[in-house]
Design a protein around this ligand. Structure first.
Ligand SMILES: [Fe+2]
Length: 226
């Protein structure tokens, strides 16, 4: 019925506006120099299309991508933008963000699928992730896609405490961690995507970064905890 379709479109548009606003404020809190969440949403959608996800699932994936680190912004910890490694306590504390994020997505009107994708966006293919230690197909495909899109964007985005990587070294890292952190099929799909702007690195010369943060946090195996 036309009225139902139009009212559901209004709801979708309203939600999209709310989600984009929340995504922007999360990016600001995290200190990204560019729109990280929007970038992940596009990358995730592109990968999801290659897996022929239904449009409803793509919508949930897009919402989850926009809101994936809303839990971090809600927690508002100072260590998020600080230079240097996180302490063990800080790392444990940070691991609460997907669950807090799941609750925040619910409050913001995100559907249950989006809530769960946010909950599981730090699960690892080999079961070493958090918060539930799921592995392989136990992790919904959309959450595995978000893990890959988030990590690729994190590698190539600029943070106040860390320089971005080039596209080439990000691609190498993704391939290296396929089968460990990432679903190998999802990595393969990312690496085969056509030339879209969201795949370009946002890295700036290191001199510009150190000006803002004298202590650079180097990439370690725990970097994707962030
Ligand atoms: Fe996260």
């Amino acid at each position: 019925m036309p009225s139902t379709i139009s009212s559901s479109r209004v709801t979708v548009n309203l939600e999209a506006k709310v989600f984009r606003k929340l995504a922007q404020s999360t990016d600001e809190f995290e200190g990204y120099a560019n729109s990280h969440a929007e970038r992940i949403a596009t990358l995730g959608t592109e990968i999801g299309r290659k897996f022929s996800l239904a449009s409803k699932d793509l919508q949930s994936l897009r919402a989850a991508a926009l809101l994936h680190d809303l839990g971090e912004a809600t927690m508002g910890r100072d260590y998020i933008k600080r230079g240097g490694e996180l302490s063990a306590d800080e790392r444990l504390d940070l691991q609460r963000h997907p669950i807090i994020g799941e609750q925040e997505v619910a409050k913001s009107g995100g559907d249950r699928a989006a809530q769960l994708i946010v909950r599981w966006h730090h699960e690892w293919w080999n079961g070493s992730g958090y918060p539930d230690g799921l592995q392989r197909d136990e992790i919904p495909l959309a959450a595995r896609i978000l893990r890959v899109a988030d990590s690729y964007a994190a590698f190539t985005d600029q943070r106040p405490f860390r320089r971005g990587k080039t596209k080439e070294s990000a691609r190498e890292l993704m391939a290296e961690w396929a089968g460990i952190e990432f679903d190998p099929r999802v990595v393969e799909t990312l690496l085969a995507l056509g030339p879209i702007a969201e795949l370009e690195s946002f890295a700036r010369p290191f001199s510009e970064v150190v000006e803002r943060a004298p202590v650079e946090r180097e990439w370690t195996m725990f970097s994707s905890f962030r």
